[in-house]
Design a protein around this ligand. Sequence first.
Ligand SMILES: [Zn+2]
Length: 236
Amino acid sequence: MYHSVSDGLHDPYRIAVSPHRLRRQLRWLRARGLRGVGVGELLRARAAGRGAGLVGLTFDDGYQDFLDEAVPLLLEHGCTATVFVLPGRLGGTNAWDPLGPRRPLLSEPAIRAAAGAGMEIGSHGLLHRDLITAGDAALREETARSRALLTAVTGGPVAGFCYPYGAVDARAARAVREAGYGYACAIDPGPLTGTYALPRVHIGEQDTGWRLLLKRHLHPLRRRALTARESMGAGR
Ligand SMILES: [Zn+2]
């Protein structure tokens, strides 16, 4: 789970990886016979028994630097990824993060350019609202409406969804499924783990080779972990 690929900016939410670090991480994957792909491709490959050696790569929020920095590095290493964008904030900024810094988000043409480069485009909701606390109308907007808007932007079906803040409960997962998505990414979904709540590992600037090795081997164990907030969410 990546977010922004940039350096130089103050980073209070630890969402940025520098282009230099991403290059090192992709090289690390390839040196181990692993290849980064979008989550849709990963799930199709696994269903067909061809998933060995594939690692799902995701970039949340849809920052402009995904197209400018990440895509060239991904292609250079023979990899693809899923970028989860916010169709209610196209060409805007990450205004939902109170601390900033403001980072520009992909515009409509930039999303099409990323898709044209072979990247999977998924929805991160409409406006980046927490789906656990969202009312029924907001929940439909974040799931069904964002999918309809994104389908119009990309001109094709949108299979993937990613919960803002990783916040998922049974009601949110049901709304995502009913909106027609084929899968959804979470972070630590605990007992909800499944196709509509896929666990992911945060990858940051500090993740050099030995930390990646550790994260790779701890990931299957972390799937059982459940934080207090997620247990609350799961109980609603
Ligand atoms: Zn996000």
